[in-house]
Design a protein around this ligand. Sequence first.
Ligand SMILES: C[S@@+](CC[C@H](N)C(=O)[O-])C[C@H]1O[C@@H](n2cnc3c(N)ncnc32)[C@H](O)[C@@H]1O
Length: 432
Amino acid sequence: MTPGARIQETIELIDELISGSHSADRLFARWFRKRRYAGSKDRVFIKNLMYEVLRNYYQLAWWTGEDTSARSLTLAASILSGNTNMEDLVGWCDGQKYRPKPLTPSEMQKLRKLKSGDGYLSPIQPDAVRCNLPGWLYDEAVRVFEGNVEQELAALNTMAPIDLRVNELKMNRGHAEETLGASGIEVSKTKYAPSGLRLMSPQSIERLPLFENGCIEIQDEGSQIIAHLCSAQKYMNVLDLCAGAGGKSLALAAIMENKGKITLCDIDQNRLNRASVRLRRAGVGNCTLKIINPDQNPSQLSSMGVFDRVLLDAPCTGSGVWRRHPERRFTLTQSRYSELTRLQGKLLRHASRLVALNGQLIYATCSFLAKENEEQIQKFLLDSGSFVVIPIGDVWRSVFGSSFSFSGDYLRLTPYHHGSDGFFTAVLKRIK
Ligand SMILES: C[S@@+](CC[C@H](N)C(=O)[O-])C[C@H]1O[C@@H](n2cnc3c(N)ncnc32)[C@H](O)[C@@H]1O
């Protein structure tokens, strides 16, 4: 591909992402499956430029004077990243087949003001822009992160590492580490999660025999920790209400040594199908999958109050996983945010009815936003009157046998502090 064609392909990808219905990694993979003519250098160039735009969206929009067209953002990112100079860009955008239309005089004028390689930050940017946030989210981010808002949001804008969970039903962590090392894959043990390994450099592991045989799974350390904080034990009856593709259920099954019962529910059949494949690969035999109707109260599906543990890994804004899905920073709208918080409240009420007396309800999100987290739990506790919080420090000590410095009753993991994705967890006990 010519450099101009690469830029044009990036513009088209960004255009699709701005429309809001795709995740960048999936769109990119699909895009390139259809373009067999693209070589590895084309892929690297386009992927890098696409992520430059996604990770720096609000700063780019500031530089382009709020012109958020895919073309404008991509051209500005080409210059600001230092990967291209103005002269080359003018030559590449010549309107020939597959290449971008020539730059207009006003585009030239705007682009000439950008200094190649100077980066995206400017001291006169508003605070929200400096943090790459939509203005309406900035105050909430400040409330949550207090003095660390810039560092926390910068950490959420870096590239996430790849973490593996060793499936202890099949292999222990030390053995998996050695086997990976023997195939030239360097890993280190995760800091908190007892079955986790972190790849020292990003690489694809899906074709490794260890993966194909179900000895390892890809799962962020934070997500592994949440599965442990469910304190599930052998022979318990566990419900994973928003099970998705089964990431946490897989971890729970290993913690429960494949004994007892786990029910996975979701409204998305495709995700449950993926869960089914993963469970089979992992050698898990104690799970049942159930599709549920989003408008139906899940408590009608099973008898009320029978589960020792109910995990509600709620649908959320995903603000804690912006490292992996930077497009979600700008596709999130205020109305979607409100819709999600309403849904979380409803799911909490439904989930609570399924918990046995003295059983636990574990509420989790991959979001740092208080309205989806602490505020959601505080409202639920007031309305319900049947649950109390188990301070997360107590849960941590009993599960991991060590202490951890928490401020408050809930778990909050962030890339800046813990090196994991951003997660929130509250553990509640049913007392009546
Ligand atoms: C955060 S994801 C779950 C991730 C999963 N627990 C894991 O660890 O891989 C949230 C899930 O909630 C599901 N969901 C959305 N609305 C729901 C509803 N009303 N009832 C049950 N699940 C729902 C979504 O389909 C999605 O799979």
